[in-house]
Design a protein around this ligand. Sequence first.
Ligand code: UD1
Length: 340
Amino acid sequence: MSKYVLVTGGAGYIGSHTVVALVENGYTPIILDDFRNANRVVLDGLTKILGFLPEIIEVDVCDDKALRAIFQKYSFEGIIHFAAYKAVGESVQNPLKYYQNNLSGLINILNKMLEFGVKNLVFSSSCTVYGEPKELKEVSEDSPKNLPSSPYGYTKWIGEQIMEDTFLAHPELCLINLRYFNPVGAHKSSFIGEFPLGKPSNLLPFVTQTAIGKQDFLTVFGNDYPTRDGTCIRDYIHVMDLAEAHVKALAFLEDHKKGCLEAVNIGTGKGTSVLEIISCFEEVSKCKLNWSFGPKREGDVVEIFANCDKASNLLGWKSKLSINDAVIDAWKWELFLSEK
Ligand code: UD1
């Protein structure tokens, strides 16, 4: 019997890679995506990788009636809820767009789960809930949450609170908040990857777009941070490792007969600076990158990386791919796009 999993935002960057991992692990993903932030090239890519195209339902996750019809049609083993806006700068310009979409989408999903007796939900959260870590830069799930620096960050913070309060009222639910660190890279086939909308704000797409000539130069935001080389440090996690973590999270929820609520960091446990990313890129691509230092970006966290013990103990998940793998795959993906 098919194990149906609803993947909201399944045509997006992390969603599409997770769809691949789900199929490879025997699940039948049903993609819900209205393509407002996804590119239809992904359909071609999924077909090439999987040999078929999973079912895609083009609706807005906030559409109550349409979502009810989907829950009436399928009996879902679980739900992975990606569909949300994620541009930090845009969220500062247009906060209501972010609160409206990101929060009503999650509420709509939880309401339908209660209405139709679906128990298992994986929610895309973010290390943004830790804000700027005060002392230890390696954060575990018990580290204090700090206030985020953008409306986008608050939607994740409040999203986790919605999960907690819903669990208190409905302890039969099995809920998990996956706190992603910095997702990077692409599927090794180069058939799917990230499509930044407009000018990328994330580092690695900006690096590859600069090398290919879509951007003139990269600005490194700040050079006097209190880190080993003066630039900010992040935990960059390969998107295929991240995709696998969703499959493990779902399996954990399925095995959990009683209700549960967990938050789990998904990172590599290693911090990499901006300059280290640049030299890694130059080494693997053999390209000289046009970059220079510029002013600090407001709201940037200085240094953060994951403690991944809980992911390993609870989910049996560990990242396997290195930052080199991620940079190679991101570069191959950029080259693939430039040939299209
Ligand atoms: C950003 C978001 C975070 C979100 C994450 C998703 C902010 C403040 N935070 O995280 O909420 O969950 O994306 O992936 O935007 N950098 C440059 N030059 C650039 C771009 C980036 O030097 O052109 C530096 C940044 O200063 C930072 C590092 O690269 O130190 C990583 O930046 P980015 O990819 O934007 O990720 P985060 O800031 O960690």
